[in-house]
Design a protein around this ligand. Structure first.
Ligand code: NDP
Length: 361
């Protein structure tokens, strides 16, 4: 029997108020069950919104793990290693690495027993737990938004732009690298740091990753921004065809204003919690299109395309063309205090962080 530890919540609320560490034991796998050990799982912003009860994908509250009250398990993605397999398991064996087929299966746990059908096998050759454990939400989102909302094929390669806010996020960093590989220039918006050297260091970090240009939100909202864009885009001859928005508010409207006619602004997050205002003129005279993207829904509807996208990202990673995100690792040792784990979760939505938190086991 394996002793498992799981971060669960019996009701919605702030993680620090509702998240609990639950211990249970896992028996040998039967049928098509697979016993797993955690390698690495991230703490993504949506995971916190889900615990708060403000996320549209609601978790299942059950007694399946023997909790006192029906509880949900935190976390939506992660890399796990196969420890043992039931007699009817067909394509997995001890030592294989897997990720979750869908979101909502609960990944913040040291061990799990799941059905083979809930898992995607990963060719682990040349990959790290971090790369595998963070592939299915952020990189897939960036990849699909760039590929699916703009017809880049007919474009003059290397002379078209995308603009994005939250450019230092996991999604933003993936977008910078993929766009560069696909011959698209990126204009990246970050929030100014308190200390100017930190802002410059973050700009340099993104430029080193392949960003064409990085500006602060203050610059984006300033009167000078049109001039900055003119200069960057050779007096507008290089059009900005796509905007990726995870912030909202006036930040999103300012990005929309520099888009070329018929372009798309795709909203995938709402970090500022402010609504996106659509200036009427941009709809009438520039025929801009405002879309939304949700990777969970897209992945459930397009499971094969999702697996192909993940394989493609892994190929780029193996080839050294897709770099790791900065992270703060929290090692989930068996004697880890619940307090430390819960504090790490609670901290996820505080801004200006140096990296995403990752639980590793
Ligand atoms: P990360 O945890 O990697 O980074 C968080 C980002 O949000 C940073 O760029 C941070 O900037 C910014 N941020 C934090 N607080 C604020 C704020 N108050 N105002 C403006 N920006 C803020 O994020 P992810 O890449 O995992 O996710 C980014 C966003 O994308 C989230 O909203 C997430 O929910 C969403 N998302 C949506 C998906 C979808 O399918 N629709 C899939 C994946 C992510 P700073 O460093 O300046 O604080």
């Amino acid at each position: 029997y394996t002793q498992a530890k799981v971060l669960v919540y019996p009701k919605y609320g702030e993680p620090k108020d509702v998240l609990q560490l639950h211990k249970h034991s896992i028996g040998p796998p039967s049928g098509s069950q697979v016993n797993l050990r955690l390698l690495a799982c991230p703490l993504n912003p949506a995971d916190i919104n889900q615990i708060q009860g403000v996320y549209p994908a609601k978790p299942t509250f059950t007694n399946i793990l023997g909790t006192a009250d029906p509880s949900a398990i935190g976390g939506n993605e992660g890399a796990f290693e196969v420890l043992s397999t039931g007699p009817q398991v067909q394509n997995l064996k001890k030592g294989d690495w897997v990720i979750m087929k869908r979101t909502g299966q609960g990944t913040w746990r040291t061990h799990a027993q799941l059905e083979e059908g809930q898992l995607i096998k990963v060719d682990k050759q040349g990959l790290t737990p971090l790369q595998v454990g963070t592939v299915s939400v952020n990189p897939v989102t960036a990849y699909r938004m760039i590929k699916d909302f703009c017809d880049w094929d007919w474009m003059r390669s290397g002379e078209e732009w995308l603009i994005q806010n939250g450019a230092n996020s996991g999604v933003g960093r993936a977008a910078i690298q993929l766009a560069r590989l696909w011959g698209i220039k990126t204009l990246n918006v970050i929030r100014q740091r308190e200390n100017p050297e930190e802002t410059e260091a973050l700009k340099k970090d993104l430029l080193d990753l392949g960003a064409t240009a990085v500006v602060t939100e203050a610059e984006l909202l300033s009167k000078e921004f049109r001039g900055i864009v003119k200069q960057l885009t050779n007096d507008g001859k290089q059009p900005i065809r796509l905007a990726l928005n995870c912030v909202g508010g006036e930040n999103a409207s300012a990005m929309a204003k520099v888009l070329a006619p018929d372009s798309h602004l795709v909203t995938y997050g709402a970090m500022s919690r402010k609504p996106v205002a659509l200036p009427s003129g941009l709809l009438i005279f520039k025929n801009l299109v405002f879309d939304g993207f949700w990777v969970s829904k897209w992945g459930d509807k397009n499971s094969q395309a999702k697996e192909a996208t993940i394989r493609d990202i892994f190929e780029l990673t193996r080839a050294g063309k897709f770099k790791d995100i900065p992270v703060q690792e929290v090692k989930w040792t068996y004697d880890k205090e619940p307090k430390e784990l819960v504090e790490a979760v609670q901290d996820t939505l505080s801004g200006f962080r140096s990296g995403k938190t990752i639980f590793v086991y």
